[in-house]
Ligand binder design. Sequence first.
Ligand code: IPE
Ligand code: IPE
Ligand code: MG
Length: 243
Amino acid sequence: MAKKLNPEWKIPEHVAIIMDGNGRWAKRRGLPRNMGHRQGGKTVELICEEAYKLGIKYITLYAFSTENWSRPEDEVTALMNLLRNYMKDCVKQAEKNKMRVKVIGDISRLDADLQESIRVLEKESEKNTGLRFQIALNYGGRDEILRAVKRLCKDVKEEKISEDDITAEVISSYLDTEGIPDPDLMIRTSGEQRISNFLLWQFAYTEFYFPDVLWPDFSKDDLIDAIEYYNTRERRYGGVTNV
Ligand code: IPE
Ligand code: IPE
Ligand code: MG
């Protein structure tokens, strides 16, 4: 029987996902790693649709890290080609689901045509009022903080902001996730329990969930399991609530 949401559960507003295990999924089937990435792309489409139906408002997916350039050249090329196709398909998908898409990360290192596809996708989906979907591409938490610090220093130098006015909120507003609430729940598939340079600043009070399922096999039921897990957690934010 298909899993159902318990109507009493709180739905996390923002879910961040480290989509891991594509390579192992392919290896177990005797397929090249790239087939795992291709299948993983299909999961992305499914999960964006299901997440919104379940009431999730923001999804942020880790698609390519600043460290993933160190993979073999043919894998990096295959991933870039997949992303290239994905950006184009996503325009249609965004129109259908009314999702608003934004890419986070340093896109200046990507090929010019891919950068252009990203701009088109962001522009075309800008007015949509459905799921807010962030794709982390050439993203690294440290790189994001570094870029933010440099921009902030420049603004201080140019007297656009004074040092005394810098707060945690100001720092958040210099990050790529400006205007997006911090994730409530982070899911990393494939059983690995680390954050691999994802959303370092934004994860300050995020709940973490590490299912063993490999990303290409991740389903709506797995997402419901994650929400169920989230509901077993008591978020204290440093305070005391169970006395
Ligand atoms: C995650 O799957 C996708 C990307 C990093 C792009 P992996 O490629 O890391 O899969 P495993 O970890 O080798 O199984
Ligand atoms: C994290 O997965 C990056 C993405 C999912 C895009 P990796 O597979 O690259 O992370 P490590 O190497 O296991 O830490
Ligand atoms: Mg991996």
